[in-house]
Design a binder for this molecule. Structure first.
Ligand code: KIV
Ligand code: ZN
Length: 499
């Protein structure tokens, strides 16, 4: 029988730690349900002690999914472990994931602990976690830069304390594939009872080697890989789930391992994570990038037309990219829209669905072809806007290269209409000045990003902003076929979040 690799997804924890990628509770539940559909074995839902929001999200994810194990991260500290257990204990298959650093540099400068103290703490906390929860993972943070004998000593000790999974992170993305393979081989040879636990790897992408390091570890005997959708994560990110899974699938002749992922759910999951976090996927990203299956050169096109296998090692259909993107039109009803959204993994409340339906109808008047990407953008804006205190009514703009831009914006504030005029350096600036007057709040635009949701002249523009409002940063998103309107909506979304 083929060995099976456990896919541990940490998009909702390590992925969410990436700057600008934070998700609210309903975002996380939606993504978790999609991860379940994708077939991941473990969902790391968050770091329960980090904030009340994190705690509630982990609890909500634990209640929302049935099949995958749901884990919460915790430092090797009693209060963290208690909080993690409180958050995951409602899951059908809960797990506590506890960690402590084992490299000299982390122990000396960050933890200010000796090796003996770290060893003792790891043993004690794994035993404590195990007294609460039947399934415990231990991570030796910065394992790849740790003294190998000490690392093995820690691993052996936590196995004796009850750990079920030993995770070997390349925390700073320093290792190379040969080194990771050698490390796993050494651990397998030198740690007593290693065959009784699952060996996991968790590779960061600082040198662009996260996927290669994960695959080399699998080749050396690791049976779990920790990864994220679209490779999201701290700094340069984590190993990308879609790349690992498709490498294991496409090169099964080499790896000879099985997995539980439904590869046709890869693309829908990637799209959902991208639209939920507002992080675009780079166009040439392997597997899920816009150009991943586009053949531009004449010779390639000719070859593919003659036989796809000439230049395609896997089909777009195998990762869930369908050629038929036209889904709904202006005569489609609310049921058809709801059905389509459910098939894309979006289960909306009646109220949100009605709002999306209204926007969908408006969009059908201005845009010829409405496809899944448009629907994602509409849902993303609707679910992003938690409170609708400020609601855009209408606006007028005058702008040009020889005149100062002017804007008049009308907004309803909790039902009360208010209009103001603003001038500025361009139409967006002028509109934002008017909104400052309307809201009576001064704010500073920190980041502004615009992306076309689809190709074509009538594509919607999705604007993501970060604004400093009263000394705190808030994100906002707006979509429309008019990019000034998208910008105004994004600004109001951030203001709504601030209250
Ligand atoms: O990168 C890392 O070391 C981690 C651990 C907490 C698993 O994210
Ligand atoms: Zn990490």
């Amino acid at each position: 029988m083929k060995k099976s690799i456990r896919i541990f997804d940490t998009t909702l924890r390590d992925g969410e730690q990436a700057p600008g990628c934070s998700m609210n509770i309903s975002d996380k539940v939606r993504v978790a349900r999609q991860l379940e559909k994708l077939g991941v074995d473990v969902i790391e839902a968050g770091f329960a002690i980090a904030s009340p929001g994190d705690f509630e999200s982990v609890q909500a994810v634990a209640a929302a999914v049935d099949k995958p194990i749901v884990a919460s991260l915790s430092r090797a500290v009693k209060a963290d472990i208690d909080r993690a257990w409180e958050a995951v204990k409602g899951a059908k298959r809960p797990m506590i994931h506890t960690f402590i650093a084992t490299s000299d540099i982390h122990m000396e400068h960050k933890l200010k602990m000796t090796r003996e103290q770290v060893l003792e703490r790891a043993a004690e906390m794994v035993a404590y976690a195990k007294s609460l929860c039947g399934h415990v993972e231990f991570s030796a943070e910065d394992a790849s830069r740790s003294d190998i004998d000490f690392l093995c000593q820690v691993l052996e000790t936590v196995i004796a304390s009850g750990a079920d999974v030993l995770n070997i992170p390349d925390t700073v993305g320093y290792s190379t594939p040969n080194e990771m393979a050698a490390l796993i081989t050494h651990i397998k040879k030198n740690v007593k009872d290693i065959d009784k636990v699952i060996i996991s790897v968790h590779c960061h992408n600082d040198l662009g080697l996260a996927v290669a390091n994960s695959l080399a570890s699998v080749g050396a005997g690791a049976t779990q890989v920790e990864c994220t959708i679209n490779g999201l994560g701290e700094r340069a990110g984590n190993a990308s789930l879609e790349e690992i899974v498709m490498a294991l699938t496409t090169r099964k002749d080499l790896y000879e391992v099985a997995h539980n992922i439904d590869t046709q759910q890869i693309y829908p999951t990637s799209r959902m994570v991208s639209s939920t976090t507002g992080q675009p996927v780079q166009v040439n990203k392997a597997i899920v990038g816009e150009n991943a299956f586009a053949h531009e050169a004449g010779i390639h096109q000719h070859g593919v037309l003659a036989n796809r296998m000439t230049y395609e090692i896997m089909t777009p259909e195998s990762v869930g990219i369908s050629g038929n993107k036209m889904v709904l039109g202006k005569h489609s009803g609310k049921h058809a829209l709801a059905d389509r959204l459910v098939s894309m993994g979006y289960h909306l409340t009646d109220e949100t669905l009605s709002g999306v339906f209204e926007e969908f109808k408006k969009l059908c008047d201005t845009k010829k072809n409405v496809d899944d990407r448009d629907l994602e953008a509409l849902v993303s804006e609707a679910t992003h806007t938690e409170s609708q205190f400020y609601r855009l009514e209408n606006f007028e703009i005058t702008s040009g290269n020889l005149i100062e831009a002017r804007a008049e914006v009308s907004v309803s504030l909790d039902g009360q209409m208010k209009s103001e005029k603003g001038t500025g350096d361009g139409p967006v600036d002028a509109a934002f000045k008017a909104i400052e007057l309307i809201s009576g709040k001064s704010f500073k635009l920190q980041t502004y990003r615009i992306n076309a949701v689809t190709e074509g002249e009538d594509a919607m523009g999705m604007v993501d902003v970060t604004m400093d409002i009263g000394g705190k940063s808030y994100k906002g998103r707006g979509v429309s076929t008019d990019i000034i309107e998208s910008s105004i909506r994004a600004c109001l979304d951030a203001l709504n979040r601030a209250i």
